[in-house]
Design a protein around this ligand. Structure first.
Ligand code: CMP
Length: 140
């Protein structure tokens, strides 16, 4: 299995409820290593650039407002098959569909306020990691 890196975001609904440690424990319990992490406050424009692939979706404006509404924790997770593994740990986008024990099943409030983001493919992971971190900040 290939060692991969993926970009993870702990979203405002979760940072507001002080869930960073509980969510990080799920990543670490699954064998993912947090090799970079910082808590930042995004502007709506910065959130908009990150999610520009969704610019035509009806929920785009609401998504950008939400991501700028409180601090987020951006992080790089590393491990075997990290991209798929992280998506398993997160659970389905809509918490109503998320498997028991996943982050979204336990913590997410709605499809929009769904506690975490994770990259969906190696190409997007590389772009998303570079959006928030320099190479010097990744300490594997
Ligand atoms: P994420 O994995 O960060 O990628 C895009 C985000 O858009 C997604 O999680 C959700 O938070 C959000 N999203 C997806 N579908 C909807 C929707 N129907 N309404 C509001 N937000 C949504």
């Amino acid at each position: 299995m290939a060692t991969e890196r993926t970009l993870s975001i702990i979203k405002p609904d979760a940072t507001k409820r002080n869930l960073t440690g509980k969510i990080n424990a799920k990543f670490e319990d699954a064998g993912l290593r947090i090799i970079a992490q910082k808590r930042i406050q995004l502007t709506k424009a910065q959130a908009g650039k990150f999610y520009e692939v969704h610019a035509e979706r009806p929920f785009y404006d609401e998504l950008c407002e939400f991501m700028a509404s409180a601090p987020v924790v951006v992080q790089v997770l590393e491990g075997d098959n990290a991209i798929a593994k992280n998506r398993d740990v997160m659970g389905a986008t809509n918490p109503a569909d998320a498997a028991p024990g996943t982050v979204r099943a336990e913590f997410a409030e709605s499809v929009g306020e769904n506690s975490v983001h994770g990259s969906d493919a190696p190409e997007t992971a590389a772009v998303e990691i570079a959006y928030f971190f320099s190479g010097l900040e990744l300490v594997g």
